[in-house]
Design a protein around this ligand. Structure first.
Ligand code: ADP
Ligand code: MG
Length: 314
């Protein structure tokens, strides 16, 4: 029995070309949670950390468009909303999959908060584009009236930028361990967790987005997991990705992977955070830790070590 933290892509939850109706999202989640159900059926302790990019974008639109009727909620509260929204979908789909094979384990979604450092340099340099594209006039009004940061992105218009600080601590880490020890499958730190900052001894929500891959690493480290599994839409980590000389990695040490990262092989907002997370996780000094990056549709082969990119300490 292993303790496994699974990071599940947010875009994966939404099939390309789908308009994200409730039924479509439930359907897509059902397909995508099969691999997770497999891990539970193998008897492992499992925590699922899901992304929420498309969903939090939708929530921001709903809040802004309806602001004249119902007050708009801040971004960090929208993140909490998506944890519940996606949590219930994942939770029901896993519960049904386990019931079908007579496995009686509770599945629990936890509203989870992630603490960031007050002096994280990212806080003064917003880089992460979120939500819809705006026309210039609307963008200027949002900057003036709400003090949002917006930037013109290509030809499609303006987008809001928020900081993406490093996760320092998952507030509910100890509670998650207790749930795992009690036999539960836990869905936690969705969307990277609700970002918090400690100000004069009090935690306060801040408008930022925490990269879910890094939040998953922080949680896996805190609960001393054996395996950190990044499930995405590619078979693993490649060097020279998308070029004719592209080469998939099957097994790589953390120092080697760090080296490739410094050579610029990984998209800074896509594969980059997964690589960073994998390197961090196996570099804390526990020799048995492993991180795997691979395809969601390949979980049994991934777990058996026959697929994906395996990251080992040395
Ligand atoms: P997720 O929603 O799972 O976090 P991302 O889009 O953030 O998905 O990251 C996965 C994507 O990373 C892949 O679809 C691929 O296009 C991209 N990518 C960038 N660099 C690489 C690389 N070196 N090897 C593999 N995939 C890469
Ligand atoms: Mg991503």
């Amino acid at each position: 029995m292993k303790r496994i933290v699974v990071a599940l892509g947010g875009n994966l939850i939404l099939e390309a070309g789908h308009t994200a109706t409730f039924e479509e999202q439930v359907n897509d989640i059902e397909l995508r949670s099969r691999g997770i159900a497999y891990l539970v059926m193998q008897g492992h302790q499992v925590v699922v950390v899901h992304g929420n990019g498309p969903q939090v974008g939708a929530s921001l639109i709903q809040n802004e468009e309806a602001a004249a009727v119902v007050p708009a909620m801040p971004l960090h509260n929208c993140v909490a909303q998506t944890q519940g929204q996606l949590g219930t979908m994942l939770q029901l789909s896993l519960t049904n999959a386990l019931r079908a094979v007579q496995i009686d384990r509770p599945v629990v979604t936890l509203v989870t908060h992630t603490i960031v450092s007050q002096d994280d340099p990212a806080l003064t340099a917003p880089t992460k584009a979120i939500g819809p594209y705006y026309a210039e006039q609307r963008a200027r009004r949002l900057m003036r009236e709400h003090r949002f940061h917006l930037k013109k992105v290509g030809n499609r218009g303006w987008r809001r930028l928020v900081p993406s600080p490093d996760p320092k601590k998952i507030l509910e880490g100890a509670a998650i361990e207790r749930l795992l020890e009690g036999g539960a499958v836990v869905i936690a730190a969705g969307g990277g967790g609700v970002p918090l900052m400690e100000v004069a001894g009090t935690y306060k929500g801040i408008d930022a987005v925490i990269e879910k891959d890094l939040a998953a690493q922080q949680l896996a480290h805190q609960i001393d997991a054996d395996l950190l599994l990044h499930l995405t839409d590619v078979q693993g980590v490649a060097l020279d990705f998308g070029k004719p000389q592209q080469r998939w990695l099957d097994r790589v040490t953390a120092p080697e992977l760090r080296h490739y990262q410094q050579e610029g092989h990984f998209g800074p907002e896509s594969m980059g955070p997964k690589v960073e997370s994998a390197v961090r996780f196996v570099s804390h000094g526990q020799p048995n830790r492993r991180a795997v990056i691979g395809s969601l549709s390949d979980v049994p082969r991934l777990l058996a070590g026959h697929a994906g990119t395996w990251v080992v300490p040395l």
